[in-house]
Design a protein around this ligand. Structure first.
Ligand SMILES: CCCCCCCCCCCC(=O)SCCNC(=O)CCNC(=O)[C@H](O)C(C)(C)COP(=O)(O)OP(=O)(O)OC[C@H]1O[C@@H](n2cnc3c(N)ncnc32)[C@H](O)[C@@H]1OP(=O)(O)O
Length: 192
């Protein structure tokens, strides 16, 4: 096991954009209505709106509000890491791999004031078996603005049983009652 690293291993390959990946420019559907990162039904969430790029990449905007403070008037680092985790995890939409985060490394390069818009960018760096390597940044104010946060992550592909085995029964029952709480595309159920 290559523990505690997200470096791309030599055996990694750069996958094709999946033929059924969302069209470039399309906004991705939230994978789960109550997701902290993207769920519209999560009142305390980040409400990221994530858009597919031309290749194996995504972009998003994150409006930093007073609810996201750590120090007075400044974003909490853990929330910035959460935003990066979300957009990096949703790269699975492009490769059609349902993944969970195994490792997330974050560099905080500049303070992020409340009231800022953070423009997020994320890309697949490579895939090795079940492992998907990804990286991304958050730019202050504009997609070419100064980098405030950088992240690199390793995601591991899992089956639906990961969620049915480990998820809390209350939420799983709610999804059984209302399957529209999670996103299905054709015969493909996104990581809930
Ligand atoms: C669809 C799109 C929309 C999807 C939209 C989804 C967006 C959601 C965004 C948020 C995502 C999250 O926060 S997910 C929630 C946070 N994450 C979690 O709860 C995951 C908790 N961890 C686990 O359940 C488990 O540890 C797994 C599934 C990650 C791995 O367990 P496993 O299945 O038994 O596999 P295992 O053999 O241990 O590991 C597989 C390979 O990965 C390597 N590996 C595992 N962990 C690490 C690690 N920390 N650092 C380095 N390497 C690691 C192993 O060495 C191995 O390499 P090799 O020997 O094969 O070479």
């Amino acid at each position: 096991m290559t523990a505690f690293r997200t470096d791309l291993p030599p055996e990694a390959t750069y996958p094709e954009r999946h033929p059924d990946a969302p069209e470039p420019g399309a906004e991705l559907p939230p994978h789960y209505v109550s997701c902290f990162g993207c769920g519209p039904g999560q009142p305390h969430g980040l409400h990221l709106r994530i858009v597919a790029g031309e290749g194996l990449d995504l972009s998003a905007t994150f409006e930093v509000t007073a609810d996201h403070q750590g120090a007075p008037g400044l974003a909490h680092g853990g929330l910035l890491a959460s935003a990066m985790d979300e957009i990096l995890g949703q790269l699975g939409h492009i490769t059609r791999m349902s993944c969970v985060t195994a490792r997330l490394e974050t560099d905080f390069r500049r303070p992020v004031p409340v009231g800022s818009t953070l423009c997020l960018a994320a890309r697949v760096d490579g895939v090795a078996g079940r492992k998907l390597y990804a990286s991304g940044e958050g730019h202050l104010g504009a997609p070419d603005g100064p980098v405030a946060v950088r992240a690199r992550a390793l995601f591991v592909q899992v089956g639906l049983e990961h969620f049915t085995t480990h998820g809390r029964p209350d939420e799983l029952d709610a999804i059984r009652r209302d399957p529209s709480m999670i996103t299905h595309i054709g015969d493909y159920t996104l990581n809930p």
